[in-house]
Design a binder for this molecule. Sequence first.
Ligand code: PLP
Length: 385
Amino acid sequence: MYDFDREIDRHGTWSVQWDGVADRFGVSDLLPFTISDMDFASPPEVLAALRERVDHGVFGYTDWRLGEFREAIRHWYASRYGAEIDPGTLVYAPSVLSQLSQLLQMWTAPGDGVVVHTPTYDGFRKAVTGLGRELRGVPVGDLEALERELARPDSRMLLLCSPHNPTGRVWTEEELRVFAELAERHGAAVVSDEIHADLTTDGHRHIPWTRIAEPGRGRRWALVTSGTKAFNFPALSGSYGMIGDPDERQAFIRRMETGEGLASPAVLSLTAHIAAYRHGAAWLDELRAYVAGTMGLLRERLAGLPGVDWTPPQAGYLAWIDLRPLGIEESRLQEELVTVEKVAIMPGGVYGTPGFVRLNVGCPRSKAERGADALVRAAERLRRG
Ligand SMILES: Cc1ncc(COP(=O)(O)O)c(C=O)c1O
């Protein structure tokens, strides 16, 4: 029903991925597979709602508590996740990272430890260290290390990425319950960033933290997320969260509205969220199938590289690829990709794990194939040379 093959020229739209590629890679004429947004237009249902709102023409102050925003989110959680959320627990903020920044300031003090899984989304590292907190990484799957880090007396927060960026891992209910148990035992707050949740592949079920957090257990928890990742409208600015404890929730809203002076939300973001959550399910399911198809092609291409045993992620459009078996130095691979192949692909070192790359395939297949071919060619040349 929807055309994901159509290539849309994003040059000249102030796109970080396309127009800002030189900022990270030094040169501008690269085909980018970088920051986590997609080259697809948002669903037609979302575009129609935005047009209607724009045509109204008046963009005075708005309030996210008026109108259908909270009801649309409730409907989405019930229909996608079978989760009955309490719309009264919802909060609004300009972005997921702005929520994280507020929660870090509310629930931790400078010098405190924040426990994350490694590899780690670079936005987490910037937020945590930028606020003077210490990032304490534990490898995905290492429960002993997780317990050890949480047990340190000044570890005050477990910051989850669920599903996990960049590995694409969808945590099972059992794993999440262990995380909750460990956080509670050691008195750590839990912030669960679920911005990639709508992008799970078939066979992997996302469990929202609301189903894990139990009343009376661990007062300090928050689920932070938005529809911007799945429906591709991050530049409209807008996100929401759920904070279980009423006092913590009020404190958060107060900080946003007074300390940050952010009383009015981005009205086009509210419009887009409402349309996506009411009418975007069919588009999203087609997108997920399309991305899965692209990941399948990528798998075939990568199978030619000796020792590289890559399987598609359980969620998301980011391919996290372990190239360490090839023994190529990260800076050498990057140089080859940039100067010879003219592509921008994220080096694993950005996420704390050199030797991997993160290839964004949230794009028409024709472009994804060019990226995959460039990566395989560069890797083959360097392996031999
Ligand atoms: C895990 C995760 N959290 C947050 C963000 C950014 O969200 P926002 O733009 O709403 O701050 C991203 C974007 O890549 C992400 O991958």
